[in-house]
Design a protein around this ligand. Structure first.
Ligand code: MF3
Ligand code: CO
Ligand code: CO
Length: 263
């Protein structure tokens, strides 16, 4: 395993790529409403990335992935494929995952959206709680991302907060180093494991992207060989940021305007 420490020049490029990825999520937000298809969301993001940002949507043709973003609705854990036959409806929850390449470097980020206006029902309250706790898991992980800690400190923060809320952490997919490649070393697991005892160092850039299930952690792969769903059919949520390790903490390269009061 080789974890690349980014140069000053690479860091400057990753700041740009990260900002562009964040701006795609800001741009798409008002389009997430009942009746829109995930294919329409894909097209709007694709056109914005290519024509406005003059960047490249990294998922398109990545290992054969057919679209420019991932849209993961309800029980879909990750890697949902946008489709013209999938209309969003009231009370759905959807993750939009955007990765752009600019000047050879990647920025990777995702967030959850609740579709329409939440009703005062147990179901909608449960969905909102899953979304909120998953975002808190990501932030708690980011807070542990600093020199001197290990990747297990990040994992522990995520896993303990999920479990304290009776949710479960997906094991099969993880965060990752990122740079001039989409997925680099190290793997950033979201659960504590002996193989995760890797020291965090300044100049590393990686993602933290916990997938948290309302039910048990188990998953299955659909026949399209991409879409990952919960085995028990219950909801799953995910949030993702790309972060740079600094001398005393982490800089979130994919931060959105709306987060400036949270972080
Ligand atoms: N953006 C995803 C990640 O966070 C990867 C998507 S790969 C794709 O790592 F091929 F499905 F796009
Ligand atoms: Co990622
Ligand atoms: Co991503």
């Amino acid at each position: 395993m080789t974890i690349k420490i980014k140069s000053t020049d690479e860091i400057a490029k990753m700041r740009v790529a990260g900002r562009l990825a964040a701006q795609v999520l800001e741009m798409i937000a008002p389009h997430i409403k009942p009746g829109v298809t995930t294919e329409e969301l894909n097209r709007i993001c694709h056109d914005y990335i290519v024509n406005v940002q003059q960047a490249i949507p990294a998922p398109l043709n990545y290992k054969g992935f057919p679209k420019s973003i991932c849209t993961s609705v309800n029980e879909v854990v990750c890697h949902g494929i946008p489709s013209p036959s999938q209309k969003l409806k009231n009370s759905d929850i959807v993750n939009v995952d955007v990765t752009v390449i600019k000047d050879g470097y990647h920025g990777d980020t995702s967030k959850m959206f609740f579709v329409g206006k939440p009703a005062n029902t147990q179901k909608d309250r449960d969905s909102l709680k899953l979304i909120r706790i998953t975002q808190e898991c990501m932030y708690r992980g980011i807070q542990q991302a600093k020199p001197g800690n290990t990747l297990n400190d990040i994992a522990r923060a995520i896993e303990s907060h999920a479990n304290a809320n009776k949710f479960s952490v997906v094991h099969e997919y993880c965060g990752h180093g990122i740079g001039n490649e989409f997925h680099e070393d190290p793997q950033v697991l979201h659960y504590v494991s002996p193989e995760n005892n890797i020291e965090i160092k300044a100049g590393m850039v990686f993602t933290i992207e916990p997938m948290i299930n309302a039910g048990n952690r188990h998953i299955k792969l659909k026949k399209d060989n991409w879409t990952v769903v919960t085995k028990d059919g219950q909801l799953s949520a995910q949030w993702e940021h790309t972060i740079l390790i600094t001398t005393n903490g982490a800089e979130i390269l994919t931060m959105r305007e709306e987060e400036s009061n949270i972080v």
